[in-house]
Ligand binder design. Sequence first.
Ligand code: C2E
Ligand code: MG
Ligand code: MG
Ligand code: MG
Length: 289
Amino acid sequence: VSRSVSRLLEADAIAKQKHEALDRLRLESDLKQGLQEGQFQLHFQPIVNMLDRQLVGFESLIRWHSPNRGLVRPDVFIGIAEETSLIVPIGRWVIEQACKHLSLFKKQLEKHRFPQALFMSINISGRQFQDPHFFNHLLEAIKETCTSPKDIKLEVTERTLMQGASALHMINKSRKLGFQVALDDFGTGYSSLSYLSRFEVDNLKVDQSFVRNMNKDRKVQVITKAIIDMAMGMGLPSIAEGIETEGDFETLKQMGCEFGQGYLFAKPLSYPQAISYLLKQKETYGFTG
Ligand code: C2E
Ligand code: MG
Ligand code: MG
Ligand code: MG
């Protein structure tokens, strides 16, 4: 009896695997079609100065409006896009759109005589760094939109750093070309702290898992503070993500965290919403002009 049960279980496991493989194939083909048919959209989440809550930049975050699946979050499809290398054309589209929108935001700032600078953060997958055309495409997008590398922040994760020498080379080259680099989701990956001494970056992003738990768990609070202190010691301003409450905000500010993003300030916004947000800054801070 037990043998037939185990055979049944095996058949079940195989059926499940087949099902999952099929799901992935469908997702891959839907993604390809999505790119061809313009189903992607960029949203922009404000990043603010923790001292005065003034807007300093936006993080571009991809959204997929699939006709069969509805709104799909990036966590669901970026992984598959990386495995199938579809992230290369998708990432290229993201770069073009992010640069284009940065230029549109900057025009609004000029028009309303806002004094502040504004950067655009772009998430870059490790797989994109392996594309030999990566910098050509990036520089082309910069040129076409009359933006400047100094206003672009490339966000890379620890997982990307784990690719070793090639990632190191790409990060150094990015910075040589004048782009800023931020280490995203810091503290959640596999890399050891010693990586930090081998990479020159501009910012550390404190992952939202720390922010979410720091006021509930003393140990998490100690780690969060250590990350911010260490970054500060290396001259790297920290950007905390996932700030949802005034309590989170106060704690991080006390810790010396320079920049923040989160639902407390704004959710990721569509382009028109982001323009309204930007214009509201003028009322709030009363810029002359
Ligand atoms: P990430 O780069 O760490 O982006 C921050 C994520 O935190 C975003 O999720 C954002 O919506 C979310 N978030 C921001 N503030 C809060 C908050 O206060 N509370 C909560 N609960 N969440 C908050 P999103 O947009 O779903 O993106 C998830 C991940 O997908 C990103 O994490 C990034 O790793 C990846 N991703 C998004 N867009 C792109 C892209 O264009 N290219 C690549 N390669 N990856 C992307
Ligand atoms: Mg990011
Ligand atoms: Mg992050
Ligand atoms: Mg994340």
